[in-house]
Ligand binder design. Structure first.
Ligand SMILES: [Zn+2]
Length: 225
């Protein structure tokens, strides 16, 4: 029955109105037309702009406004369904821009520590990655990495503290132990300092796996200039 879960849900959505998670107006879509329009305005014209930096980043949108709110509502107001359209936006942009197509890559979400996963109930990066892979057809390895250490919230720390906080936070997960991949594309909801991505890339490199970069729904504006 599990296989029918998603199509059935979409089937019923044709007939039922739910509330837009961002403004509470009734809508048959994931977002109401007004919020959807505002979200599209957050889309970056050049999603590959940060692809040439040391940690290549592919970003769908600029972190701010309604996109920032959508991500916060998804994570903190228990709205995992928001990950699906965000992952599709990211996948569409990836297909249109194709930073790299020649390599056979596995898509790996930045994992949460099991204790955090338990309290939140879902890993937003994993849900975004799942929807991204639906759109792009790339191979999802949802447990490619695992978080082995509880880390403090990054935003409360200085850059040096962030790096220290994350040291040895990750280990190779069962999906990459079982299936050999030479290249990985990491997925996360937000990119800010890049400390998390760098730590994940270091962990992958210890297993001779190259991270081609990180794809995110939103990148911090300061990094756009
Ligand atoms: Zn709305």
């Amino acid at each position: 029955m599990l296989i029918f879960k998603k199509p059935l849900k979409h089937f019923f959505n044709l007939f039922t109105q739910s509330n837009c998670p961002l403004c509470q107006r009734p809508t048959p879509q994931e977002f109401c037309p007004s919020c959807s329009k505002q979200l599209q305005k957050c889309q970056l014209n050049e999603p590959c702009r940060l692809w040439q930096q040391e940690t290549p980043v592919f970003a769908w949108g600029a972190y701010g406004g309604i996109l920032k709110r959508a991500i916060a509502v998804m994570k903190y107001n228990d709205c995992p369904d928001i990950a699906r359209p965000l992952g599709h936006y990211l996948g569409e942009a990836w297909l249109q821009n194709l930073p790299s197509t020649e390599k056979k890559i596995a898509v790996v979400p930045i994992p949460l520590h099991p204790s955090k996963l338990k309290s939140r109930g879902f890993n937003q990066a994993a849900l975004i990655a799942e929807s991204f892979c639906e759109m792009t057809g790339l191979q999802l390895r949802v447990n490619g990495l695992q978080r082995v250490r509880v880390t403090e919230a990054q935003h409360s720390l200085t850059n040096t503290q962030r790096q220290k906080n994350l040291a040895a936070a990750f280990a190779i997960g069962e999906d990459l132990l079982r299936h050999r991949h030479d290249y990985v594309l990491l997925i996360d909801d937000i990119y800010t300092t890049g400390a998390t991505a760098r730590e994940a890339i270091t962990t992958l490199s210890t297993a001779s796996i190259s991270a081609i970069g990180l794809a995110v729904c939103a990148a911090g504006m300061k990094l756009q200039s």
